[in-house]
Design a protein around this ligand. Structure first.
Ligand code: SAM
Length: 258
C-alpha cells in the first residue's frame, strides 16, 4: 500500500478569493500613505468648500481608505465585489480603530441610500472592466450616488504601463505562510493584460487569473463625453500636471454638475 501523503490537486479560484490573504504582500511596493495625501490634495483642489462623505469603490483590503479617512476626518465607506477582500478590510479597520464601513458590492451595479460628496476608484479598478458598457454602468451608478457638485476621482492604467513596466509584473514572494508567483502577459493588439497567480496557502496550491483591459486616454475621454459628467482634469501619474500621450497612469477628475 502506498502511504506517501497525496499532494492536494491545485485549484482554480476566483480573482481575489485566495489572493486576499496575501494582497498586502503583493502591494507592499505601493505607498498608500503618499497616495492618500495626493488624492486628498486633488479633492481639496477641485472642491475645497466641502468634501465630507467619501466612498471608495473597489477598495480591496482597505489599504487606501484607512490612510485617507484620517486626513480630513472623512465619513467614509468602501465597497468591493470580492467578499474576502472586504473581510480583511473590516479586520484592518477594526484593528486600527479607523471608522470606515466596508461592504460587498459590485461597482457597476450599486445604489446608495444617501448621496455622497466624492467617490474614488484606484489601482486599476476600472481596468478590470473589459467592456465599455460596463464602464458606462459604473459612471451611471457613480453619477446617481453623488450629490450635485460631487467628484469622481479614478485612475487608469494605460497601455504604456503594461508595456514599459512588464519586468515588474513578474515576481515571487512569501510571508507568513503565504507564497505567490506572479506571471503577466500583455497582448498589444487587444491590449488585454493577463496576470496569472500561483498561490500556496495552507498546504494548498491555487491559481487565480486576473484579466484587465488597458484603455487609452482617448477611449476614456470619449466615454466620459457620453455621460452628463463635467470633465475637470486628467493628471499625469500622481502629479497635478496634465496627462500626456506617454502617461502610464492617469488620475481622472469628473464632477456632477451643481
Ligand atoms: C488591484 S485591486 C485594488 C484594490 C484597492 N483599490 C487598492 O488600491 O489596494 C482591484 C480591486 O477591484 C475590485 N473589483 C474589480 N471589479 C469590481 C467590481 N465590478 N465591483 C467591485 N469591485 C471590483 C477587486 O475585487 C479588487 O479588490
Amino acid at each position: 500500500m502506498d502511504t506517501t501523503p497525496k499532494k492536494p490537486i491545485p485549484q482554480e479560484a476566483a480573482p481575489y478569493e485566495i489572493l486576499a490573504a496575501g494582497y498586502d504582500l503583493v502591494m507592499s511596493h505601493v505607498d498608500y500613505e503618499e497616495w492618500a495625501i495626493y488624492i486628498h490634495q486633488v479633492l481639496m483642489k477641485h472642491r475645497p468648500e466641502n468634501v465630507e462623505t467619501v466612498i471608495e469603490l473597489g477598495c480591496g483590503t482597505g489599504l487606501f481608505a484607512i490612510e485617507l479617512q484620517p486626513l480630513a476626518d472623512y465619513t467614509m465607506a468602501g465597497i468591493d465585489k470580492a467578499p474576502n477582500m472586504i473581510r480583511f478590510a473590516k479586520e484592518r479597520a477594526e484593528w486600527e480603530g479607523i471608522p470606515v464601513q466596508f461592504e460587498v458590492a459590485d461597482f457597476t451595479d450599486f445604489k446608495l441610500d444617501q448621496c455622497v460628496d466624492a467617490m474614488i476608484l484606484l489601482q486599476d479598478g476600472l481596468n478590470y472592466l473589459l467592456h465599455t458598457d460596463a464602464i458606462l454602468r459604473l459612471f451611471s451608478c457613480v453619477y446617481n450616488g453623488l450629490k450635485a457638485g460631487g467628484l469622481f476621482v479614478f485612475d487608469l492604467s494605460t497601455p504604456h504601463n503594461s508595456i514599459n513596466n512588464a519586468a515588474y509584473f513578474d515576481d515571487e514572494d512569501e510571508e507568513g505562510g503565504f507564497h505567490y508567483i506572479r506571471k503577466s502577459h500583455y497582448e498589444p493588439i487587444s491590449r488585454i493584460h493577463t496576470t496569472q497567480f500561483t498561490l500556496n496557502f495552507q498546504q494548498q496550491t491555487y491559481y487565480e487569473t486576473h484579466i484587465q483591459q488597458a484603455y487609452t486616454f482617448e477611449e476614456i475621454h470619449q466615454l466620459i463625453q457620453q455621460t452628463p459628467f463635467m470633465f475637470l482634469a486628467a493628471y499625469h501619474d500622481t502629479s497635478l500636471k496634465p496627462a500626456n500621450s506617454e502617461s502610464e497612469r492617469i488620475h481622472w477628475v469628473l464632477q456632477k454638475p451643481a
